[in-house]
Design a protein around this ligand. Sequence first.
Ligand SMILES: [Zn+2]
Length: 340
Amino acid sequence: MSKHRFGFIFLLGITLTVTGCQSFTIPAPQSTPTPTPMIGSRNIVEATPKQDSLVPRWIPMPPERKKPEPLPLNQQIPIPSMHPSGITPKTKQPPSNKQQPMKSKSDKPKPKPRSASKKAQHIPRSNSDRKIAYLTFDDGPSKVTVKVLNTLSKYNVKATFFVIGNSSLEGRSLYKRIVAEGHAIGNHSYSHNYKQIYQSVSTFQRDVDKLNDLLEQTISFRPDIIRFPGGSNNTVSYRAGGRYVMRHIAAEVTKQGYQYFDWNVSSSDATAAVRSKAQIVSAVKRATAGQDRIIVLMHDAPGRWTTAEALPDVIQFLQDQGYRFEKLSKSAYTCQFLTP
Ligand SMILES: [Zn+2]
């Protein structure tokens, strides 16, 4: 093989890593997850997939012309009672208040491929119709959540919090504040315990239900959006439930009416015990290049102070690049490493 041909294949490989979210059929092997600090008795470990090895996909939502509706605080989202295939589903009382799934302003799919050569150029605001950034924060609520919320409020940016279980007074108060300030809440499992939740479809179901029960008691609705701890193509689940357990879980939650979200921009804030503010901002800048729709992975887990410190720079950078901010909803675009 000539050097030129090798160079062409190498460049093609790089291009594929930055062109967005596409489907793949077999989850790629990943590196060993990096442990992060404890939340109470739960050891939160984020197994961040290597972006380079993933070929995720974007799923455009069907065109929607409805104006977005603010999330009603006094209504409930009907939640499907997830159950494992072949097992009799739990009988759940349907919510008394039927409520609309969360809508976002991002409902007009206008995917336009962008040139990857946009370096430091300033994108005019007119591009904001097609460039949308979904900021997501996993593993909260925590001490960091307050700082994150304050920054989002300062910039008038709405985001999505994939929360875990925290039944303390402070935890419940933060769930309420997240919703009261107009952000979306998704289910990130109650325990975030890989060994426990990924044993089977039913163990995952129980954990998700447990969190939704807590959220229903606290903020009066049950989220219908999910982010799998470690992402949908995590390999830490192999030991707990086998090589294909994520496929079964992903298929089942989808069948039950949930939408799950991975990401196509990692802030890399959970890839080490501490990542500096500069490293986080830099990671977002690199991963954002050439993409019109971005789901940005960040964490508000205990100790992730540098994420909160980096957030103003991340927001300003994305604004300068012409992105507008939306929160995720079941009908929004999604990015899934593992297709159900
Ligand atoms: Zn997590």
